[in-house]
Design a protein around this ligand. Structure first.
Ligand code: PGA
Length: 256
């Protein structure tokens, strides 16, 4: 039975009190979710510690939205993998399109961060996506496969399936995004699975978790989760309110 990962990044949202309210309101749904569902939550840096503590000994995996590839030193404003671990994070999101578009993240820095995360035992969750223009040009698959290959450069084969990949079409994310149809999402996920199989073999490719993200909502979640090569959902707006997130967990539960 495949495990479905259902998670959210809060991006740059929520206060400390709102973070606490969300953890309290989702706790029961998270704890009662079946083995086949893996909940995760990615708060802003200042609340990673608080949210990790709230979910200590819980099934929820807690992550951060970025990190530096260095352990320590003169890197003002950066957050190291060691800081994340110290605050209880076990996962780190890397290469979200907002970071690529607005904060200079590149495939090369994502790769450095993936290697650093693995070295420290953090699960890298690598976001890849095609732009609107790449979609129009018909090069979506080439674009995301390239991003994945660079992200995984020099990752030992034995560790490839420790990396989670999220396909997040840039054109589908956020308020102005158009959700991918399940067929559009499935075709890229199928291609990613094939690319992983070609590079690392069937077994590793099958074990690597492939998430979909970008305007996931309560209407499209079920059909997206029904696609063979979609192993879960990475959700923004719909999951920022606790009720929405709990509802997504229920939808995933129905697949078990
Ligand atoms: P959204 O965000 O669900 O609000 O579109 C998704 C994301 O950026 O991961």
């Amino acid at each position: 039975m495949k495990k479905l990962w259902i998670g959210t990044s809060w991006k740059m949202n929520k206060s400390k009190a709102e973070a606490q309210a969300w953890t309290l309101a989702t706790r029961e749904a998270i704890e009662s979710s079946p083995e086949s569902v893996q909940p995760f939550v990615i708060p802003p840096f200042p609340y990673v510690d608080q949210v990790s503590q709230a979910f200590a000994e819980s099934k929820a995996v807690v992550g951060a939205q970025n990190m530096c590839w260095q352990d320590a030193g003169a890197f003002t404003g950066e957050v190291s993998p060691l800081h994340l671990k110290d605050c209880g994070a076990t996962l780190v999101e890397l290469g979200h399109s907002e970071r690529r578009a607005q904060f200079g993240e590149t495939d090369e820095t994502v790769n450095k961060k993936v290697l650093a995360a693995l070295k420290h035992g953090l699960t890298p969750l690598v976001c890849v996506g095609d732009t609107h223009q790449e979609k129009a040009w018909g090069v979506s698959i080439e674009s995301v496969v390239r991003q994945v290959k660079i992200a995984l450069h020099q990752v030992p084969s034995a560790e490839v399936s420790d990396v989670i990949i999220a396909y997040e079409p840039v054109w589908a994310i956020g308020e102005h995004g158009t959700p991918a149809t399940s067929a559009e999402a499935a075709s890229v996920h199928d291609a990613l699975r094939v690319a992983l199989t070609d590079s690392f073999g069937e077994d590793i490719a099958q074990r690597t978790v492939l998430l979909y993200g970008g305007s996931v909502n309560l209407e499209n979640a079920n059909e997206l989760l029904s696609q063979t090569n979609i192993d879960g959902l990475f959700v923004g707006r719909t999951a920022w309110n606790a009720e929405g997130y709990c509802h997504l967990l229920e939808i995933a539960r129905a697949h078990s």
